[in-house]
Unconditional design. Structure first.
Length: 458
């Protein structure tokens, strides 16, 4: 029997003593099993709370496993994503297909080495941060792999229990943007999942049936704690209760800019591209152009880089691939410092790193009538994994915080884009608006309201 860690003895507990929801979360960590949903409003220090808890467990020789839905969000605490740990290296995996990959010894996908399984078994709990960005099929795949491998290694058949009876902590903000829907996903899961959101997964339905979930929502805002007006505006947007006075306060930021070093957040790609090219043109350095190489079938929606990449020294760029050992993560922002024949040198935090071209493959995966997995490379795409970063889309900004930003949110087309963009700023004074915000820009997904009423109110 695992000895429980007494969280009441935590040295950091005084930090949270006036935070009722944080204390309730600490109390819930003492349960033997279940899924804890830790929800949060923007700026509530959820990453700090998770970090404090994990640090204390590790000081007691207990090692929780922490996963993130994306590499950008993984910057907050650990270098681990669910895709890397669970080897989810195919586009849109489906849990009913995973068994065929596991049987094929020539494939590495979905294979968990023994040391990973031991880590899971010994961990007091598993954390998945930003779970709102995990699609329903990914969560079902994680559930399947936990049940399969833990049963295999322990000889305890708990395959009918969600997540093999492991205590799980899901950290998320339901009001942030949903997972990106690719054309492949829409076609593959059209008749399987009601939507891409994690709460439409099979495992979530089983959790509800067994009543094995607990919900805590962090309320106290720390990011905007010196800007009560802005904090109240964000809260009221979340609860669809923004007053006309608050809307006027937001629009008072129209065209106001306090810094030349601001970043543009926009809903549309063409506006982002236009801003980036305009800022690049103002740099007084030689222009270098790099053309992508494409072979075979490689659809546009799979491309991360631009076909023609134009850069100058001191251009601000965003990285589009991951290399944790060098602090390369998809979404981190750098500066170009030099060009070589086949290398672009970029700088971040005073350190310079070489960036080479990166080749992506378009792989078609099929499972034949005999259960054999067949992978065919249909095409490749080679380009430097960089994009200009004077402006980015709102979706790409979701895990970031900015000191100065200009928001182009007058042409909203997706649920919660306005809220996501506004909550990236630390203060209302650090925001300027490119266009006027209207009530109709603050629309929401009605299924989210239904979910909040049904599952988040204990």
């Amino acid at each position: 029997m695992r000895k429980k860690v007494d969280l009441k003895d935590l040295d950091f507990f005084d930090k949270w003593q006036w935070n009722t929801e944080a204390q309730s979360f600490l109390d819930l960590l003492q349960i033997d099993w279940g899924v804890i949903f830790l929800t949060w409003k923007a700026g509530t220090w959820k990453s700090t709370l998770i970090h404090d808890v994990i640090s204390y467990y590790e000081s007691q020789w207990e090692y929780p496993l922490v996963f993130w839905s994306t590499w950008v969000s993984a910057l907050n605490i650990r270098w681990q994503t669910v895709h890397s740990f669970f080897s989810l290296w195919i586009d849109e995996p489906y849990f009913k297909e995973i068994q065929y990959f596991i049987k094929d010894k020539t494939l590495k996908k979905f294979k968990l080495k023994s040391w990973k399984v031991k880590q899971i078994i010994q961990a007091p709990f598993l954390v998945i941060d930003e779970i709102s960005m995990l699609s329903s099929n990914i969560l079902d795949s994680i559930d399947f792999l936990l049940r399969f491998y833990l049963t295999l290694y322990t000889k305890k058949d708990l395959t009918k229990i969600p997540f093999w009876w492991k205590k799980m902590i899901f950290v998320w903000d339901v009001y942030q943007l949903p997972p990106v829907k690719s054309e492949k996903r829409i076609e593959k899961f059209r008749d399987i999942y009601e939507s891409e959101r994690f709460f439409d997964s099979n495992v979530f339905s089983r959790l509800v049936q067994k009543d094995l979930r607990y919900t805590i929502e962090l309320q106290q805002n720390y990011r905007q704690n010196e800007d009560k007006i802005f904090s109240d505006i964000l809260d009221n947007i979340r609860w669809w209760d923004l007053s006309q006075k608050q809307l006027w306060i937001l629009n008072d930021r129209l065209s106001k800019s306090d810094s030349d070093d601001e970043i543009l957040l926009s809903t549309h790609r063409h506006k982002v591209d236009g801003e980036n090219q305009d800022k690049l043109g103002k740099l007084q350095w030689n222009l270098y152009t790099f053309t992508a190489e494409s072979d075979g079938i490689f659809p546009e929606y799979m491309k991360r880089s631009d076909d023609i990449l134009s850069l100058k020294v001191w251009a601000k760029v965003m990285l589009l691939t991951n290399e944790p050992s060098w602090c390369w993560v998809n979404g981190s922002i750098w500066e170009v410092v030099w060009f070589d024949d086949e290398i672009i040198y970029v700088k971040i935090n005073g350190k310079v790193y070489p960036i080479s071209q990166y080749t992506r493959e378009n792989i078609d995966t099929i499972i034949d009538d005999n259960g054999k997995v067949i992978e065919n490379v249909l095409g490749t795409y080679t380009q430097f994994p960089l994009k200009l970063a004077y402006a980015i889309t709102i979706h790409k900004s979701q895990w970031m915080t900015f000191d100065n930003c200009r928001l182009d949110i007058s042409h909203i087309f997706a649920w919660w884009q306005a809220y996501t963009a506004l909550s990236r700023a630390k203060s209302l004074s650090w925001i300027s608006l490119s266009g006027k915000i209207k009530n109709e820009h603050l629309f929401f997904d009605p299924r989210i309201q239904e979910f909040v009423e049904k599952y988040m109110k204990n």
